[in-house]
Design a protein around this ligand. Structure first.
Ligand code: RNT
Ligand code: ZN
Length: 419
């Protein structure tokens, strides 16, 4: 190991030239919560007492051994991954990760089915986020909240209502607000003749879920759009326009947009959308993912778009108004490694963005110095931020560099491969 302290002092001098206080930056970086999704640990399977397959147009590929088979294993795996991820974390679970002795259908889930999760989160002092599961269910085949069959639609409305109540239970147990992400896979393989009616039904369903749970406290609701799902390539009920329209028209502080980095056309980027959305909305929920040619949900990389998103949040001064969550599922590599790599990259991109002289750059822009603006935005791409990152990981006891890798491999050998 090189001399971390010495490296840090040099990096501090480097950034001080531009008026950046690295200690202060580290504090912000450390205190910004990132919500770690549970579903990387078991390929979005969940623990319902049924052997259903993953449906809803999303897909995990690969069959790397060692997936968690029950909630205890999943929590142990999450804890293992968390031990290598610096900064404040929350945990994000789906409704199908309930714990019950017998099968409980989606419309009948209750807080008690999530008591182990809630108590675990409370014990660890972390927040818990939630998601209704509108997929991988016999009643989700022809749509959920937009279903033309009133009985089926009612079933899914009941599920949405149950989820908001569970969200409130998480808030009351952990003392931290619960962010719920509402995503329905509803769509069509072919272009429908009537593209409006399903959307009016989806709108009505959301209205009814929110109306029936008006008394719920401590819950923030993200509405997530997407372009298409596998098998539903031609039409998505909850499209971007639909979801954006819904959120803006609802005009309620707790109803916000969810932007998933894999949910737009290939040349569209979330980083370019944030400045427009914040003109109308106070908060945003982010699903940080990595689409490769489609919404493939690869492990988050330390790539240009992840960095651009974080830069945008820092420059807009919207870090505190953004709920940052991860959303990826790769079954082709060690699942703990997937979490560690993806979550570390997310926070690393945040640190990278924070280590730039934003006020200085804003002043240059306001003064009309466009040449200096370009020079500044380029200069920090190769700045010595990785030395600050190493120091930060060490200081928070979260493994420097690749030190975590042999430990994750040992866990694979001793624990995962024995499953
Ligand atoms: C699917 C959405 C959604 C899911 C999770 C499992 O395209 O991104 O957020 O990934 O709910
Ligand atoms: Zn998502």
């Amino acid at each position: 190991m090189y001399n971390l302290k010495k490296g840090y002092e040099t990096a501090k001098e480097y950034y001080a030239q531009y008026g950046i206080d690295v200690d202060k930056v580290l504090e912000i970086c450390d205190k910004t919560p990132i919500s770690m999704h549970c579903w990387q640990g078991d390929d979005v399977a969940g623990f319902e007492k049924n052997d259903g397959e993953l449906t809803g147009g999303i897909q995990t590929t690969g069959n790397y051994p060692g997936a968690a088979r029950n909630a205890e294993e999943l929590r142990a795996d999450i804890e293992k991954a968390m031990s290598y991820i610096p900064g404040e974390l929350r945990v994000n679970i789906h409704a199908n990760y309930l714990e019950a002795d017998t099968f409980v259908d989606r419309n009948a889930i209750e807080p008690k089915h999530f008591a182990n999760w809630a108590n675990w989160a409370k014990e660890k002092g972390i927040g818990l986020d939630f998601n209704p599961t509108y997929f991988s269910h016999p009643k989700s085949e022809n749509g959920t909240l937009s279903n033309a069959d009133d009985k089926i639609r009612e079933f899914w409305i009941e599920h949405g209502i149950a989820c908001r109540r569970i969200g409130e239970y998480f808030y009351k147990t952990t003392g931290k607000p619960c962010v719920i992400n509402h995503w329905t896979p509803d769509g069509d393989k072919e272009f429908p003749v009537d593209t409006l009616a399903p959307r009016l039904r989806l709108k009505d369903s959301y209205d009814r879920i929110f109306k029936a749970t008006e008394d719920v406290e401590g819950v923030i609701d993200g509405i997530e759009s997407k372009v298409f799902g596998i098998g539903m390539e031609s039409y998505t009920v909850g499209s971007h326009e639909f979801c954006m329209g819904y959120v803006m028209k609802a005009n309620k502080d707790h109803i916000i947009m969810t932007l998933d980095t894999g949910h737009y056309h290939p040349t569209e980027v979330v980083s370019a959308k944030l400045g427009a959305i914040f003109a109308f909305s106070k908060e945003v929920l982010l699903h940080v993912s990595r689409p490769v040619r489609w919404d493939s949900d690869h492990v988050v990389a330390f790539d240009d778009e992840t960095k651009a998103i974080m830069e945008e949040l820092v420059r807009l001064g919207k870090l505190q108004d953004t709920h940052i969550a991860t959303d990826f599922f790769d079954a082709s590599i060690n699942r703990i490694a997937a979490w560690v790599i993806g979550l570390r990259n997310t926070r690393k991109a945040l640190l990278y963005a924070l280590l730039q002289p934003v006020e200085m750059m804003k002043k240059l822009e306001a003064d009309g110095d466009v040449s200096a603006r370009l020079a500044y935005t380029q200069e920090f791409k190769a700045a010595p931020f990785s030395i600050v990152w190493d120091y930060y990981c060490d200081r928070t006891n979260k493994s420097v560099g690749l030190d975590w890798l042999p430990e994750v491999k040992a866990y694979e050998k001793d624990t995962l491969l024995k499953r």
